[in-house]
Design a protein around this ligand. Structure first.
Ligand code: PMV
Length: 317
């Protein structure tokens, strides 16, 4: 039997970094997805392939000894094999249209889709179990993850997220259009998170003040999202960018992109860890193609909308 599952990437509308320290973040699943196909094999190996390469480990290998970019997926396969007393291996094929290392939740979406696809080889997966397993898998490479990315990838739509796996779905029937501009500067989430931690330790009062301001901003932003007040959402996005600059996660290249795109949109900011990765801007539906066209003369840019489905398991195989 072949098992296929897919999961969306994400953008963070508000609250990245602050969420690691207990403040709420607002995330949105986007219409860029990863699809994972898995199949039981007759060997004693777990084999993984993606556009980045291939790797294989014996099912008996201890996960602590695995040094591979595929570690989270080996973790998932090993855990499910052990729980089901399965005596053979599994082949996992990852196909993704989410840019890697750009802050669009590629690694979390892969963890979610892998957990769902491999689980489905044995029994029908349940969303909360998949979420728990995906976060555990992601922690094998990024122990400090807040879990926000995996959560929005599982449930889709727009969510409010607080560390400790508490989330709320922000109901809205509206369609929002965002432009994503990829700075093409790779970043390491854990390095930037560590830098923010250092800032917090050295500037306790300023940091606590920023957390309070971010909380207030998010209350205002959620009301505006629900009223489809694009002007106010855009202003909140730009204000969030200022808070991120104060945390030290922006740079000249990102600011340059923001300066250009802000002229044509409601507001723009970093999405994700910063220091590279992508900029998002909220745009009018009728303007989006023109904005993408202008940005494309210098950068990689595309429009995205909200994915309302979240994780999907395909049972028709
Ligand atoms: O890995 P990224 O770039 O999608 O950023 C994750 C967002 C952070 O708040 C910086 C970290 C986290 O775990 O929430």
């Amino acid at each position: 039997m072949i098992s296929k599952a897919s999961a969306p990437g994400k953008i963070i509308l508000f609250g990245e970094h602050f969420v690691v320290h207990g403040t709420k973040a607002i995330l949105c699943a986007i219409n860029k997805r990863v699809t994972i196909i898995s199949e039981k094999n007759k060997s004693q190996n777990i084999s993984i392939k993606s556009s980045l390469g291939e790797n294989s480990i014996p099912i008996s290998e201890s996960i602590e000894n695995v040094d591979s970019m595929f570690k989270p997926f080996f973790f998932i396969a090993k855990k499910i094999i052990n729980e089901n007393n399965f005596s053979n291996g599994i082949d996992i094929d990852i196909q993704s249209d989410i840019p890697i290392g750009a802050g669009l939740g590629s690694s979390s979406a892969c963890c979610v889709a892998a957990a769902a696809s491999v689980s489905n080889l044995f029994s029908k997966p349940e969303k909360n179990q998949i979420l728990e397993l995906a976060i555990e898998a992601e922690q094998t490479i990024f122990p400090k993850t807040s879990g926000a990315d995996c959560t929005v990838s599982v449930f889709g739509g727009i969510i409010g997220y607080e560390k400790g796996i508490t989330y709320e779905i922000i109901e809205t029937e509206h369609e929002f259009d965002f432009i994503v501009v990829n700075s093409k500067k790779p970043h390491s989430t854990s390095i930037v998170v560590d830098r923010v931690n250092k800032f917090k330790n050295e500037n306790k009062e300023i940091f606590n003040g920023l957390c309070d301001d971010e909380r207030k901003l998010i209350i205002q932003a959620v009301k505006a999202l629900q009223k489809f007040d694009l002007e106010t959402v855009g202003k909140c996005i730009s204000q969030n960018q200022i808070f991120l600059e104060q945390l030290g996660v922006s740079n000249d290249q990102l600011l340059e992109i923001i300066k250009i795109i802000e002229k044509e949109t409601f507001g723009a900011k970093i999405t994700g860890a910063g220091d590279g990765g992508c900029i998002i801007a909220l745009t009018d539906k009728n303007e989006k193609e023109a904005v993408v066209g202008h940005m494309k003369t210098e950068y990689e840019a595309y429009s995205v909308t909200i994915d309302k489905t979240g994780m999907q398991v395909f049972n028709d195989n």
